[in-house]
Design a protein around this ligand. Structure first.
Ligand code: WTA
Length: 651
């Protein structure tokens, strides 16, 4: 490790792909940046032409801020682009190598994957009456049936809404209700660190409180008899039994380029998550292009993205992007430390993974676990590494590059969001010098800027990150809430406001610092502070709550909750446990607070607004700062004492 720190300090060390990598890279010519910016629309039109269309578009872009139409008039189908187009040249090529947490492996060729997708698509359409535009919620473990369900929805033009399997019954119900889903696909359970997550029981609990739009539930039998599940007659059907007799062919729906392909809920600054809408043609154009460009994908690569399909990274870089490129994708069900902390390295070794894409939180955990888990495996198949989801500290970047990559794999640090649909800022691995901790340059075709508070571009230094021209995979709105789309992304600047702070250096490299709004990034997962606060105030003992992020060595940030108890309630360890449980029940374990700090009041302005800045400073162990605008300055000292006491107890 000391070598790593020394090399970090070595400013002369240059990180660039090897000559061999550069000479064989998909993108070798720097002029691509210039070509793309000179005529952006021509550039994107060319990328769209890499897809198979039933009908060509009439116009590349119609832009009426903040609404974009890309490739309008064109017709295509995403599942055709991920499957049918490969059935001539890659029929027997492996599409998915799936490994379960228990160690079993299931592989699908493009032909066998297409067969499964067609059978399910046919069944959804014919047996369950799912039509183009209907919503289907997928609440599933990371099993092949999840990827199959995504593609089957795309085939019949149903809009999928994948809900991450770590969300609670309440979160699931909110999302089913908001999207007005007609069908839900789940499983009897999933494995997580050797335990069974009872997805069907959670589904039952979500549906017991009423989801009137939902007509049917398909249940994949995955964990077998161990999970004793209840099937409601007339509503619940076994997935495999239902598709058993379906034909292998299901006519794909001809989708308009602008038809919604999926919605994916993400946290924002209110208590209610928003359903981000993505289009078919524009989204897939960028998914296909960016996967090839950023991961330098070749036909013989074995590509592994560790993200769950429940998040946008899994949508774009596990399913749509790699499959549209005809890649071989590894998909793993479980956690990196089961049965031991070398599971990922064992997967890379056994399946000869050549491209590996994961999150900084995982990288920092691997660093902490120690190199012995890594050195016992052969990782020489790797040739490219990627990271996503949160800022990566230079030390973790260099460790990733040197230890996992053996010093000879370029690292792409990719900045993007659920809303952007695909990667926006990163280096092209065969072209650019890499700077540890900096994501790099906007991808060819993407325009970005760091803006000051007045919306003026900053040439060097810090400000707010904005994407300054529409791009094909941009969100098309918030499901059922146009105003929220406008308010969140288009009211601060004339151009798209990403909600992140960033710096830009003299070479035009961006470093993304993190959220500047009330959204936390915990282990790469977005969590709205308001969502956690709403969960806490649902508890009978809580009068008010304020949630802030606290620095965390591994997860980047963890959640710290300040609460005011109602009169007569006592601050006890049992109550803390109940409040933490309340958040898990209301949102899911991913939003579990690291600690609860009780106080008699929260710092407020004279008009009663909570001053989170002060709470953030306390959580970050910084000077509290100016308290003169507070209506109740005396409370600050009490909170600091309570924080220190509680936090020591929590450690
Ligand atoms: C953060 C995940 C720094 C950022 C694809 C963004 C990053 C939020 C990076 C989106 C990165 C993502 N460097 N920060 N390379 N990638 N972020 O919607 O704050 O789950 O706004 O999409 O993650 O999270 P989301």
């Amino acid at each position: 490790m000391s070598d790593t720190i020394e090399s970090l300090l070595d400013e002369n060390r240059e990180y660039i792909a090897s000559d061999h990598f550069q000479e064989n890279a998909q993108y070798q010519d720097e002029s691509i940046y210039e070509t793309a910016s000179r005529d952006r629309l021509a550039f994107w039109e060319k990328k769209a032409s890499d897809l198979a269309w039933f009908k060509k578009w009439n116009s590349v872009l119609e832009w009426s801020r903040p609404y974009a139409k890309w490739f309008d008039g064109g017709q295509l189908n995403a599942s055709v682009n991920c499957l049918d187009v490969h059935l001539e040249s890659r029929k027997n090529k492996t599409a998915i190598i799936w490994e379960g947490e228990l160690g079993e492996v299931r592989s699908f060729t493009y032909e066998s994957l297409a067969k499964q997708v067609n059978k399910l698509a046919y069944t959804m359409r014919q047996t369950f009456g799912v039509k183009k535009g209907d919503r289907v919620t997928l609440y599933m473990p990371m099993i092949p049936e999840l990827a199959i369900s995504v593609l089957a929805c795309a085939r019949i033009g149903a809009i999928h809404s994948v809900v991450f399997g770590g969300f609670s019954a309440d979160s699931l119900r909110d999302r089913i209700e908001d999207s007005q889903s007609k069908l839900l696909i789940t499983a009897d359970g999933g494995y997580r660190r050797g335990e069974i997550v009872p997805l069907k029981d959670i589904t039952d609990s979500a549906l017991s409180k009423g989801c009137p739009s939902l007509e049917s539930v398909l249940v994949v039998s995955h964990v077998g008899r161990e999970a004793r599940i209840h099937m409601t007659e007339g509503r619940d059907y076994d997935y495999h039994d239902s598709i058993a007799d379906a034909p292998h062919v299901c006519e794909p729906e001809k989708m308009e380029s602008e038809d919604t392909l999926f919605i994916l809920y993400t946290s924002g600054t209110t208590g209610k998550p928003k359903g981000i809408k993505h289009s078919t043609g524009g989204y897939l154009t960028h998914a296909k292009y960016s996967t090839r460009a950023v991961f330098d994908l070749n036909d013989d690569d074995i590509y592994w993205c560790t993200a769950d399909i429940g998040w946008i990274t899994g949508h774009t870089y596990l399913v749509y992007g790699p499959l549209a490129n005809g890649a071989t994708v590894v998909m793993y069900e479980g956690s990196p430390d089961y049965p031991d902390k070398d599971r990922f390295w064992s997967i890379i070794d056994r399946h000869n993974v050549s491209i590996f894409y994961t999150a900084p939180t995982a990288i920092r955990a691997f660093m902490k676990w120690g190199d012995e888990f890594i050195t016992k495996h052969d990782l020489s198949s790797l040739r490219l590494l990627g990271t996503v989801g949160e800022p990566i500290n230079p030390e973790a970047w260099i460790w990733y590059h040197d230890v996992i990559g053996g010093g000879n794999c370029p690292v792409v640090d990719t900045w993007w969001q659920t809303e952007t649909g695909g990667i926006m800022i990163t280096n092209l691995p065969g072209l650019n010098v890499m700077k540890p901790g900096k994501a790099g340059l906007p991808l060819p075709g993407i325009s970005a800027a760091v803006l000051d508070q007045n919306g003026q571009p900053v040439t060097h230094g810090g400000g707010l990150l904005s994407l300054t021209e529409p791009w094909p995979s941009m969100l098309r709105g918030v499901w059922g809430d146009d105003q929220r789309y406008i308010d969140t992304y288009w009211s601060k600047f004339n151009t798209y406001f990403a909600g992140d702070g960033a710096t830009i250096d003299e070479d035009g490299y961006y470093m993304v610092l993190g959220r500047v709004d009330d959204v936390l990034n915990v282990a790469g997962h977005r969590i709205g502070t308001m969502e956690v606060e709403s969960a806490l105030v649902e508890h009978k003992s809580v009068a008010e709550a304020a949630v802030v992020g606290m620095p965390d060595d591994i997860k980047g940030q963890s959640i710290l909750a300040f609460v005011i108890l109602k009169t007569g309630q006592h601050d006890t360890p049992e109550l803390h446990a109940e409040l933490i449980q309340q958040v898990c029940d209301s949102i899911g374990p991913i939003a579990k607070p690291r600690a609860i700090v009780c106080a008699s009041d929260l710092p407020k302005t004279r008009s009663g607004k909570i001053m989170r800045r002060i709470l953030r400073n306390i959580a970050e162990n910084k000077e509290v700062g100016d308290t003169t605008t507070l209506g109740n300055p005396a409370v600050v000292a009490e909170i600091v004492v309570s924080f220190k006491a509680t936090f020591q107890a929590a450690l």
